[in-house]
Write a protein that binds this ligand. Structure first.
Ligand code: SF4
Length: 211
C-alpha cells in the first residue's frame, strides 16, 4: 500500500465513524471561546464547559469579566487544574483584548500568541474555529493517533507533527481532520485500552503491528 492509499483509508474511515466531529467546547462569544481553549490545557472539555457555562452566563461582556478581581476569577474556575495561573491568564487576556485589540479577538497568529497563556496550539484552535483559517492544531490526541498510525515519527515534537500533517493532508481538510483525530483519540484510539478490536485501521496501525 502506498502512502496516498493509506491516507485515503484513514480519511474514509474517519468520515465513516466520525462524520460530524466538531469542537466540544461550548461558547457564546469569541473571547469566551479563546478563554475556554486557554482553560482546556491539561483539562477535559467537559470540565471546562462546566465552569465556563455558568461563568459567562453571569458575566455577559468582556468588560464585566475584565472588572472581576483575580480572587473572584480564581474562585470561579477553582475546579480546574492550574487555576491560579489560568486566572492570571484570564485577567491578562481580557485586559489586552480591551487595551490592544479594540475588544476583539485577533485572527493574526502573532497577535494571538502575544496574549497571556496563548501558545501556538491555542492560537491555531482559535484561528480554525472562529475564523475558519486552515490549521491543524496538535493536542495530545492528535499526537497519539498520528504516531500510532505511523504518520509521524515516535520522537517528533508537536511542531514537527503539525508541519508533517499539514504536508500529508489537503489544506481544505485540515480543520475537519483535526476534529476527527481528536474525537478518534478521545473515544476510540484512547491512551489506555484503545478499541483496537473494532478498529478498521488495525492493518496500518503501528501499535497493533508491534503486538
Ligand atoms: S488499531 Fe487501536 S491503536 Fe491502532 S489506530 Fe486503531 S484503535 Fe488506535
Amino acid at each position: 500500500m502506498n502512502e496516498k492509499e493509506k491516507l485515503l483509508i484513514i480519511q474514509n474511515y474517519l468520515d465513516e465513524i466520525l462524520p460530524d466531529a466538531g469542537c466540544e467546547l461550548t461558547y457564546s462569544s469569541d473571547y469566551g471561546f479563546l478563554i475556554s481553549v486557554m482553560l482546556s490545557a491539561q483539562c477535559t472539555d467537559k470540565k471546562v464547559n462546566a465552569v465556563t457555562e455558568p461563568f459567562f452566563a453571569k458575566y455577559k461582556s468582556l468588560k464585566e469579566v475584565d472588572e472581576l478581581s483575580i480572587e473572584e476569577v480564581e474562585k470561579l474556575i477553582k475546579s480546574l487544574g492550574l487555576y491560579k495561573n489560568k486566572a492570571k491568564n484570564i485577567k491578562g487576556i481580557t485586559h489586552d483584548l480591551i487595551t490592544k485589540f479594540d475588544g476583539k479577538v485577533p485572527e493574526d497568529k502573532e497577535k494571538l500568541t502575544s496574549l497571556p497563556g496563548v501558545g501556538n496550539k491555542t492560537a491555531n484552535v482559535v484561528r480554525a474555529e472562529l475564523f475558519k483559517i486552515p490549521e491543524f492544531p496538535v493536542d495530545t490526541h492528535v499526537e497519539r493517533v498520528s504516531k500510532r498510525l505511523g504518520l509521524v515519527n515516535e520522537n517528533d515534537d508537536v511542531l514537527k507533527i503539525e508541519k508533517k500533517l499539514q504536508k500529508l493532508f489537503d489544506e481544505k481538510n485540515w480543520i475537519k481532520l483535526h476534529h476527527q483525530f481528536i474525537h478518534f483519540g478521545r473515544y476510540f484510539c484512547k491512551a489506555i485500552s484503545p478499541k483496537c478490536d473494532e478498529c478498521k485501521l488495525r492493518g496500518i496501525c503501528k501499535k497493533t503491528s508491534q503486538k
